[in-house]
Write a protein that binds this ligand. Structure first.
Ligand code: ADP
Ligand code: MG
Length: 647
């Protein structure tokens, strides 16, 4: 952390500690306490929504489970705080794993529906299980005691404050670690995650479990804070509020989560008080005008872009003076605010402020990026193991999509240490072959042996970890992550650290973090992208994106590298660079399968070429032999015949 950040954090903590004494009014103390509790839920919800990109409308249900775990333990067993809080975390985390199950099968609106159903079922269960929960009657919960000392309001406020900070540090560390990168990678490209050995299945469950644990902690604190819990608190409205808070505050930021929590706690109060409402809407309009002026001046937005938000906020401020009473308008105003945020502040308030002040997102100042420069290891630490001549043998591969045989009884034998070309007209089944080899498709028939082990029916992430890396015909980078972070996802397999290591920054974690950082740096250097390490992948020029995909694939430390049309869309100089990189890769003893349309590239660097046409192998041999094969010329006639003869 920078010194200024450290000072700011210290100041924040001090302000929080002094708040109850300075304010004195229990109403405000309780208000801030609620904000802090909601912030803990939102830290967790942001992991699921902001990082992994899943929707959850089940978080009010999880919050309720946390509250009731504490409530029930207090009611029936008189359990102390040090039992109720951990129990709430564990029980809720288990329910989080349950909630993750639908997320493994469905996404988007379907997932929203399923998680909503989950929340509703939880509410019904709490209502019906009267023997445990007292049903609609609710449960009274006294403020807890700690070390035999009965806590008062102020002391409990401090406890919540301490736990908020602990959660903040924990979540922050998780999200900066290999775990956080795995979560983000899921959102960027699930297929690529799996093919980098980061199991989508496993990390979706992790994300929900961690998220639920935080909701459980917050729920149990809420029970003590309110001193009374009843089922109808944990309803649809609360779950939507949570989601709204993430959207308003801005996803992928802890400040945003805290801001979002403050908004959803304050907004209902604000809408009750016309004077306050007027003040805030004028302040907001002024802020938006200033922000828009700055954005236009910096040429980040045009006047047309900002006209509507400015007009709406001014109209809103005007409206607040026309209205005399708020009560009838509450819902409409709430709806308006929501619409406004969803349309115009898609990155939330924090995102808007960042854009206005031209601050870079956290990613670019990543500790990893700066720390790495020191020592550069050998980019490719390669083991030249096994002696058998063939690294991969696929035989009789049949891949059927309905009536279409995309691959029809294809044999492929890849010799160790060679560059093996795979060519053929469009739609001949080349990419399908790659998808079969990397476990994305399970072949209808046939066998694949890689290093004498069968690959059929093994998951993409298992195959990746066994030593096969790939790139994609349609680039599959993790767009919102930096080039550096993309490569670090490829290095995920080098981490043995678990959640505890990450939370405590143990020596093991720090060692792995530093090693992977310097390795990622070396790999970026290998493909000539060192200067762009801190750039978000989606902002890289197309040619560089393709090179980054190669660096990320190499991070897996593969025996076999599959490249699917790496030169497509590249300029001539870029292609030259690519060719020399592929040759260097072979030089390190890595076997390469290369799908390519640029015949000059294929003919100049491949040792063997296999030609596919309509899913069948029509020729195989050295480039010069294949090139003159009449069947190959025939297959390319009308299509790439010119390209073929030009080589
Ligand atoms: P290419 O050689 O150009 O890479 P592909 O392997 O992408 O060709 O495609 C081979 C054939 O298989 C095409 O006809 C394509 O439409 C079909 N195909 C590929 N994937 C699927 C799929 N998931 N479902 C149905 N058809 C597919
Ligand atoms: Mg293809």
């Amino acid at each position: 952390m920078k010194r200024s950040q450290l000072a700011l954090s210290a100041l924040g903590i001090l302000a929080l500690a002094l708040f109850p004494m300075a304010v004195g009014n229990p109403y405000y103390i309780h208000l801030l306490e609620t904000i802090m509790i909601y912030a803990i839920v939102l830290f967790g919800l942001d992991i699921v929504v902001g990082y992994t990109g899943q929707v959850s409308l089940g978080h009010a249900g999880l919050f309720g489970i946390g509250a009731y775990t504490a409530g029930v333990l207090v009611l029936h067993l008189g359990a102390p705080l040090w039992v109720t809080l951990p129990a709430a975390i564990v029980v809720t985390a288990i329910f989080g794993a349950l909630l993750a199950l639908p997320a493994l099968r469905v996404t988007g609106p379907y997932l929203a529906m399923v998680t909503l159903a989950f929340g509703t079922i939880i509410q019904i269960l709490i209502n019906e299980m009267t023997f445990l929960t007292e049903g609609p009657m609710g449960i009274k919960v006294e403020k807890p005691s700690l070390f035999g000392h009965q806590m008062d309001e102020q002391e409990f406020f401090w406890l919540v404050g301490v736990l908020l900070i602990a959660s903040l540090v924990l979540v922050h560390r998780i999200l900066r670690s290999q775990l956080g990168r795995a979560f983000e990678a899921l959102r960027g490209s699930p297929v690529a995650s799996d093919c980098m050995g980061v199991s989508v299945y496993r990390y979706k469950v992790y994300a929900f479990v961690i998220s639920a644990g935080l909701a459980g902690l917050a729920g149990s604190l809420y029970a003590y804070s309110e001193q009374y819990i009843s089922p109808n608190t944990y309803n649809f409205e609360l779950t939507v509020m949570f989601l709204l808070a993430i959207i308003m505050g801005g996803r992928k930021t802890r400040v945003g989560a805290m801001l979002g929590a403050a908004i959803i706690v304050m907004l209902p109060k604000l809408l009750d008080d016309i004077e306050l409402f007027r003040m805030v809407s004028v302040a907001l309009a002024v802020l938006i005008i200033i922000g828009s002026v700055v954005l236009v001046a910096r040429k980040k937005k045009t006047v047309g872009n900002v006209a509507i938000p400015v007009a709406v906020s001014v109209a809103f401020a005007g409206l607040s003076y026309v209205l005399t009473a708020m009560t009838d308008w509450r819902l409409s105003i709430f709806g308006l605010i929501t619409l406004f945020v969803v349309y115009y502040l898609q990155d939330g308030i924090v995102g808007f402020v960042r854009a206005t002040l031209n601050l870079q997102s956290y990613a670019q100042s990543d500790a990893e990026t700066t720390r790495a420069t020191a020592h550069v290891e050998k980019a490719l630490q390669h083991q030249t193991a096994a002696t058998a001549e063939e690294i991969l043998v696929a035989s009789g591969i049949l891949m059927q999509f309905g009536g279409l045989k995309a691959l029809n009884n294809v044999d492929l034998r890849i010799r160790r240490g060679t560059i093996h070309g795979l060519i053929g007209p469009n739609g001949s089944g080349k990419s399908t072959m790659m998808n079969v080899l990397t476990g994305i498709y399970v072949p209808t028939a046939g066998s694949i042996a890689f290093e004498d082990r069968s690959l059929v029916k093994r998951s993409s992430s298992e195959i990746a970890l066994s030593g096969i890396a790939r790139t994609f015909q349609n680039v599959q980078l993790f767009g919102e992550m930096t080039a550096m972070q993309n490569v670090l996802v490829g290095l995920h397999h080098t981490y043995a650290s678990n959640l505890l290591d990450v939370a405590l920054h143990t020596p093991r974690y720090r060692r792995e973090r530093d090693q992977s950082a310097s390795r990622a740096h070396a790999l970026l250097q290998f493909v000539g992208l060192s200067d762009l390490a801190g750039e978000e992948a989606r902002n890289l020029p197309y040619g560089k994106q393709r090179l980054l995909e190669i660096a990320r694939a190499l991070a897996l430390n593969p025996q076999l590298l599959l490249l699917d049309e790496p030169a497509a869309g590249l300029t001539a100089p870029d292609i030259k660079e690519l060719v020399s990189i592929i040759q260097k890769i072979r030089g390190e003893g890595i076997t390469v399968i290369l799908i390519e349309h640029h015949m000059d590239v294929v003919m100049s660097i491949c040792d063997t070429v296999t030609v596919l046409d309509f899913g069948q192998k029509i020729a195989e041999g050295t480039p010069s032999v294949v090139q003159t094969d009449p069947k190959v010329v025939e297959a390319y006639l009308g299509g790439d015949a010119a390209a073929l003869s030009a080589a």
